[in-house]
Design a protein around this ligand. Structure first.
Ligand code: EPZ
Length: 427
């Protein structure tokens, strides 16, 4: 069992360079399957989710080579159309390959990804979009068999919810469909823009990426190119929050500050001084954080659900009572019982959490429930008095590259342990 052991109470300071975006790298890697030739993807974070995606690409017949944070994907002779259940279960977002596989081979066999720690996560909108483009889908015992009648055909796709994944799948399938596709109520996340930028560089004709209406004029074929993945706005926010909960002074470089537009005002409401210069965001924490009146997670450009757990830690140490409403996923408060073990005061009712700020948190032994919940527990441990052991960090490794090394660069006292605390220590 691997865990992080944190000796809390240190004020974080310094700067670090932000990693590439997990949620941008994954759909772009799926797109490399669709384009012909060798794609070179720069700034691709070293994460277990990226490793799972590489396994899927190789399973589909691609040759993948890693050079530090660059990935070279050669899909020239790849024509696989099935993703084994084991790989679908390893990473829920494997479903984003559906559009690329159907666009390339005209058929696809995948298993329904099912729910995960944070919610039921149905894929009805993904399947709705595929059917609109002319795909026939039969589902039996969780196995989805999909095939295209002759050719994908452009269509009007109105999403009842601006789902990120369903928008990405529709874009991937429509990019080489016959005719024009219009996606209405599309997701507007920066990761959608990055995917559109990559595909347009490969010869696609997509307009409106980042807006709620996206128009795609299908083209005959796409040719591989080079692309640099954008910075991970959630990782950037997490490091800024680490500065905030430790009374620190932290800078994150290589960011796109505009992508944190829904987050920075909340940090200012909490009393932090935030300054932006080019690609750098600097945060100086106040002596005591202010409460956050009411925070509601929303699709972009609202406050992202992926930053909900990490920012909850700020409210546990704030003056007064904060209210957090998790609007996107049904069960994304699994970090709360663990924070209670550290002395936090939080009441939850359905998707609402009421947090009464306390003077301080205390070290404890806690378990990461999921990716963002795990990162929140590490932030709480950095602020806490004493030693905290955070286990099940495989969740954290799915989304944060070199998490403990980066935090150490900011003066944190955190180590990755492979065995129980009493025995050995790994540097
Ligand atoms: C993406 O997931 C991200 N993952 C998630 O980040 C992020 O939380 C989410 O978008 C929202 O911002 C990746 O990009 C790989 P959605 P996705 O489809 O595409 C419902 C992280 O921590 N829905 O926008 O799965 C769904 O149940 C991860 O990095 C349907 O009902 O999110 C949810 O309540 C976690 N039917 C809501 O929409 C569908 O067919 C948002 O889901 C699809 C979604």
């Amino acid at each position: 069992m691997t865990s992080f052991v944190v000796n809390g109470g240190r004020r974080l300071s310094g700067s670090l360079v932000c990693q590439g975006s997990k949620n941008s790298a994954l759909p772009i890697l799926a797109a490399t399957y669709l384009v012909n030739g060798k794609s070179v993807i720069h700034n691709c974070p070293r994460l277990s989710d990226v490793e799972s995606t590489i396994k899927i690409l190789e399973n589909l017949g691609c040759k993948v080579e890693r050079r530090s944070n660059d990935l070279v994907v050669d899909s020239t002779s790849a024509n696989g159309y099935e993703i084994p259940e084991s790989l679908m279960r390893e990473m829920r977002s494997s479903v984003i390959f559906l559009g690329a596989i159907l666009a390339k081979t005209g058929k696809a066999v995948i298993s329904a990804p099912g729910g995960c720690e944070i919610g039921l996560r149905p894929i009805d909108l993904h399947l709705f979009a595929m059917r609109k483009l002319g795909v026939t889908i039969s589902e039996e015992h969780g196995r989805l068999e999909c095939f295209v009648n002759k050719k994908l055909k452009g269509a009007k796709i109105t999403l009842t919810f601006p789902s990120v994944g369903a928008t990405e799948n529709a874009i991937l399938a429509a990019a080489v469909a016959e005719g024009t596709t219009t996606i209405i109520n599309a997701a507007r996340e920066p990761e959608i823009i990055d995917l559109c930028d990559f595909l347009n560089k490969c010869g696609a004709r997509i307009s409106g990426g980042g807006e709620s209406i996206i128009v795609i004029d299908g083209v005959k074929k796409l040719s591989a190119t080079e692309h640099t993945v954008i910075c991970d706005r959630i990782a950037a926010a997490t490091y800024l929050f680490a500065g905030a909960v430790t009374g620190g002074d932290v800078s994150v470089k290589n960011t796109v500050p505009a992508h944190l537009g829904g987050i920075l005002p909340v940090l200012e409401e909490a009393g932090c001084t935030v300054s932006v210069r080019c690609d750098e965001i600097r945060l100086k924490a106040p002596l005591k954080l202010n409460r956050i009146d009411k925070l509601i997670t929303q699709p972009y450009p609202g406050f992202p659900t992926d930053a909900q757990a990490p920012i909850m830690v700020l409210t546990t140490l704030a003056r007064g009572t904060s209210v957090i409403v998790e609007n996107i996923f049904e069960t994304r408060f699994k970090h709360v019982p663990e924070l209670l073990r550290m002395g936090a005061k939080i009441r939850t009712e359905g998707r609402v959490a009421v947090v009464d700020g306390v003077e301080r948190l205390y070290g404890a032994s806690v378990v990461s429930p999921d990716l963002r919940g795990g990162s929140a527990l590490v932030l709480a441990a950095l602020a806490a008095n004493g030693i905290t052991s955070v286990s099940e960090i495989k969740h954290i490794d799915r989304g944060y590259e070199n998490f403990e090394k980066n935090l150490c660069m900011l003066n944190a006292d955190i180590v990755r342990m492979t065995k129980n605390y009493a025995n050995t220590k790994e540097k």
